[in-house]
Design a protein around this ligand. Structure first.
Ligand code: FVH
Length: 289
């Protein structure tokens, strides 16, 4: 028999997690603060618990996916004794410090605690592009790897419980940087009534795809060091062109507020003598220690 699983939280993501566990044959118990959410799960054979405590005692593996850290704590702390000898997997978005604090707390309750970061939207759960970061005890990760694999590729992030959250937030930061750049680009082309979909399909997506090579280059230069004077697109050149992005945006009636911090960083790199280097320098300028 497949491992019985409890899912605490039936928001968009918790519902997708519960649906996927059910589809994979796991006896699945759910609890949600507001009862009766996601009625479609009833036809799939879900068991609904009246309280969070009842839900936890139904399964050795408890997955919690709520809005934020505060909602997790207010849900599990009152039922702490029920968690002893169970595994609590926290897939709620949070900070590394929150993960470490909850890991310490869970250990005091006698629970195993992998902290996780879901790298998927609900529709992707259970599909080939979904992966989920986990940190904490590697033994606990291995014990439940197969159970958790039905949700997305389980990816071990390290024994420090904060490392899944750290990498989750780093990945989301990169994603929002891209979304911010895309929002600015679409505002620029929309200022001339160009078709956003044509621009995106024909130009933007191929351009961003081609630029992924520069992302890899940045990481390599950061890790291994770049050969001096070998940057094909050095920062002095980039800073020179960057003013045009801002001037053109203002002339088109587009607020360049998302571009200005990047310009400041480029300017700082030039002032500090990095004009002939590449983008990896920006990482060093951002890191405070
Ligand atoms: N949806 C997504 O695209 C992303 C993908 C990556 C991971 N995130 C994180 O997953 C967490 C849950 O996200 P969600 O999409 O399920 O969020 P909602 O649909 O808004 O559901 C929120 C659930 O949290 C419950 N809840 C809120 N406050 C409390 C509380 N104080 N006590 C107990 N439960 C609480 C809420 O219950 P209810 O409003 O129905 O009673 C929902 O079950 C999140 O960390 C994302 O960042 C999702």
């Amino acid at each position: 028999m497949k491992t019985p699983v409890t899912v605490l939280g039936l928001g968009a993501m918790g519902t997708a997690l519960a649906r996927t566990f059910l589809a994979a044959g796991h006896p699945t118990t759910v609890w949600n603060r507001t009862p009766g959410r996601s009625p479609e799960l009833d036809d799939l054979g879900v068991a609904r618990a009246r309280t969070a405590g009842d839900a936890i005692t139904s399964s050795p593996l408890v997955v919690v996916c709520l809005l934020d850290d505060a909602s997790v704590r207010s849900t599990v702390e009152p039922v702490a004794p029920e968690l002893a000898r169970r595994t609590l997997v926290n897939l709620t978005n949070g900070t590394p410090e929150q993960a470490r604090r909850t890991a310490d707390w869970a250990a005091q309750q006698g629970a195993q605690y992998p902290d996780g970061g879901i790298m998927a939207v609900p529709a992707m759960i259970g599909g080939p592009a979904s992966f989920i970061l986990y940190s904490g005890s590697v033994e606990t990760f291995e014990q439940h790897r197969d159970d958790l694999a039905v949700l997305g590729r389980p990816t071990y992030a390290g024994s420090d419980p904060g490392l899944a959250a750290l990498q989750d937030l780093a990945l989301l930061s990169a994603m929002y940087g891209m979304f911010g750049g895309v929002a600015h680009a679409l505002a620029m082309v929309s200022s001339e009534k160009l078709s956003p979909t044509a621009f995106t399909d024909v130009l933007l997506v191929p351009w961003l795809t081609a630029m992924l090579g520069s992302v890899t280059r940045m990481a390599k230069d950061l890790e291994y060091g770049a050969a001096p004077g070998q940057a094909g697109s050095n920062l002095a050149m980039q800073a020179g062109a960057f003013g045009n992005f801002i001037d053109a945006s203002e002339a088109q009636g587009v607020d360049p507020l998302l571009l200005r911090p990047i310009r400041s960083l480029l300017d700082r790199a030039i002032v500090e003598g990095h004009g002939d280097e590449g983008l990896a320098v920006l990482v060093r300028l951002l890191a405070k220690n």
